[in-house]
Design a protein around this ligand. Structure first.
Ligand code: SF4
Length: 451
C-alpha cells in the first residue's frame, strides 16, 4: 500500500535542512508520495525509515532486463502516465519476429538486417533491439536449430516464443545464459513456465487474453511460485483494444499502485498477414501508450525508421532539450576565405543546418552558440541568442585569427539583430542568411559568393 505524504513525513528527520532541494521535509515527503523525486535525495534517512519508505518510493513498474551486455533491453521504472508530467525513462525495445517455419536462408537474412540496421538522427544512433524467435512449428528440434542460427547471426537479446514447454526448455539450454525473455506463461501452463524461468534465471512473460483481473491472478500465481521478473501481455492485438488494455494496465500500476500488474508490457504489432502500414500504425500506438517491448511481425526499413524516430521523440526528456556542444565546427576544409555561419546548440537545429552546409559542398565554418539547447527563435525570445551572445561566441571561437574576411552569416529568423551584432563586432559585416536551413546551399553558392 502506498504511503501518503504525511506518512512519509513522519519517517523523515524533520530538520528542514534543504539538502534535498526542497524547503522543508514536508515538501519533500509530498513530492516523494507523488513519485516525483527519489528517496536518495535525502542523505539523512535512517536505515529503519529507509526500509519502510523504499517499498513506498520504489517505482510502481518493476525494472526488467532482457539479454546481457551492452545490447541488453532495460524496461519499466516508469512513474508517470503522461510524458509532460516528468519524462518516460526506458524506451520500449523494438524486436523483430522470425518464425521457425521459415526457410533458414530467410531467417538468416532478416536477422542480419535487423542486427546491422542503424540510422543516425540528431547525433544519436538509432537501432533495433532484439529478435523474437517463434516456435510456429511446435517442433522442439526445429526451434532449437533456429535459435542456434539466430545466435550465430546476432548478439541482440532474444524473446523465445513457444507454447511447448519441452521446446522452450531445449532452447533455453543453449540460449539461457543470454537471459532471453521466456514467452509465455498462460493459465494452463504457468507452473511449467515458472519452473523454466527460475531454472534459467530469465524474465517471464505471462499472457491471458481474458480480462485484466485474470492477468493479475496469473501474475499472483507466478510470483508465489518464485518468479519476480515478469512482463505482461494482455493479449489484445488491434488498435482500440490495445489502447484500452495498455492504458488500463498503466493506470492500475501508477494510480492504484497495483503491484500485481506493475510490470512492463509486451505487445505484438502484426504477424505474417499484416501489412506494413498496419504494423507501423499499431507499433506507433504501442510506443506512445505504453508498451515496454514491441514485437514487430516483419522487418522493413521504410517502416522501421519512422518508428525509431518517433520513439526517440517520445522518450526524450521534455525538460532537457537535446544539445550539442557549443564551439566551432568545420565542414570540408574551410580556409580563411570560407563562409562563417552561426546558429544555436539545439540538436535538431544543429543537425539540420550542419546537414545543409555539408550538402552544399562549400567548405564552411559554423559557430554554435550556447543557447541552453533552444532553437533560434525560442532562444532569441528568451534572450539566449542575442547580439552579445553571438559576438561572444564568434570571438571565443578565435575567428579573428582564422579568417581573412570579416563577414558573419546569422540565421534569417534573427535578421532584426544584424545592426546590434555589427555594434558588438566592430569592423564585421553581418549578412542575413536564409530563414530555412534547406535554403542554405543555394545561399552559399550564390548570395555568399556575391557578397
Ligand atoms: S534533505 Fe532530508 S532532512 Fe533535509 S529537508 Fe530534505 S528531507 Fe528533510
Amino acid at each position: 500500500m502506498a504511503l501518503s505524504g504525511l506518512d512519509i513525513y513522519k519517517l523523515l528527520p524533520k530538520t528542514n535542512c534543504k539538502e534535498c532541494g526542497f524547503p522543508t521535509c514536508l515538501a519533500f515527503a509530498m513530492k516523494l508520495s507523488q513519485k516525483g523525486v527519489e528517496l536518495s535525495a535525502c542523505p539523512y534517512v535512517s536505515d529503519e525509515a529507509k526500509a519502510a519508505l523504499e517499498a513506498a518510493s520504489s517505482p510502481p513498474i518493476r525494472l526488467i532486463t532482457i539479454g546481457t551486455g551492452e545490447n541488453k533491453i532495460v524496461v519499466g521504472n516508469e512513474v508517470v502516465l503522461f510524458r509532460h508530467e516528468k519524462t518516460f525513462y526506458h524506451e520500449p525495445g523494438l524486436v523483430v519476429r522470425v518464425a521457425d517455419s521459415w526457410e533458414p536462408g530467410k531467417i538468416a537474412e532478416v536477422v542480419s538486417q535487423v542486427d546491422s540496421y542503424v540510422v543516425e538522427r540528431v547525433g544519436m544512433k538509432l537501432t533495433l533491439n532484439g529478435i523474437a524467435v517463434e516456435n510456429v512449428s511446435g517442433d522442439a528440434t526445429k526451434f532449437v536449430q533456429v535459435v542456434q542460427l539466430v545466435k550465430q547471426k546476432t548478439a541482440l537479446p532474444l524473446v523465445l516464443m513457444s507454447a511447448n514447454a519441452a521446446a522452450m526448455d531445449a532452447a533455453l539450454q543453449i540460449a539461457g545464459p543470454d537471459k532471453p525473455l521466456v514467452y509465455a506463461a498462460t493459465p494452463e501452463n504457468w507452473q511449467a513456465y515458472a519452473d523454466l524461468a527460475k531454472k534459467y534465471a530469465c524474465s517471464l512473460a505471462i499472457t491471458d487474453s481474458g480480462d485484466l483481473s485474470r492477468l493479475g491472478s496469473l501474475a499472483e500465481s507466478v510470483i508465489k511460485a518464485g518468479v519476480a521478473d515478469l512482463v505482461l501481455d494482455p493479449g489484445t492485438r488491434n488498435l482500440a483494444d490495445s489502447l484500452a488494455s495498455l492504458t488500463q494496465l498503466r493506470r492500475l500500476a501508477l494510480k492504484k499502485n497495483l503491484r500485481l500488474l506493475g510490470f512492463p508490457i509486451l505487445a505484438l504489432a502484426g504477424g505474417d498477414d499484416s501489412t506494413l502500414e498496419e504494423q507501423t500504425i499499431l507499433a506507433t500506438e504501442l510506443i506512445a501508450k505504453y508498451a515496454g517491448i514491441v514485437v514487430l511481425g516483419r522487418f522493413d526499413p521504410t517502416g522501421i525508421y519512422p518508428l525509431l524516430a518517433f520513439r526517440q521523440n517520445i522518450y526524450t526528456d521534455p525538460q532537457k532539450p537535446i544539445q550539442v556542444s557549443p564551439g566551432l565546427y568545420k565542414f570540408g576544409e574551410p580556409g580563411e576565405q570560407s563562409p562563417l555561419l552561426i546558429t544555436t546548440n539545439f540538436s535538431l537545429t544543429y543537425f539540420t543546418v550542419a546537414g545543409e552546409v555539408e550538402g552544399s559542398g562549400v567548405p564552411s565554418w559554423l559557430v554554435i552558440a550556447d543557447s541552453e539547447g533552444m532553437s533560434v527563435l525560442t532562444a532569441w525570445a528568451a534572450g539566449k541568442f542575442d547580439a552579445e551572445k553571438i559576438a561572444k561566441s564568434v570571438k571565443s571561437a578565435g575567428m579573428d585569427d582564422k579568417l581573412g574576411h570579416r563577414k558573419l552569416v546569422i540565421p534569417g529568423y534573427v535578421a532584426t539583430l544584424s545592426g546590434e551584432v555589427e555594434e558588438e563586432l566592430p569592423g564585421w559585416q553581418i549578412l542575413v542568411g536564409p530563414r530555412e536551413a534547406v535554403d542554405i546551399p543555394s545561399y552559399l553558392k550564390t548570395v555568399w559568393k556575391a557578397a
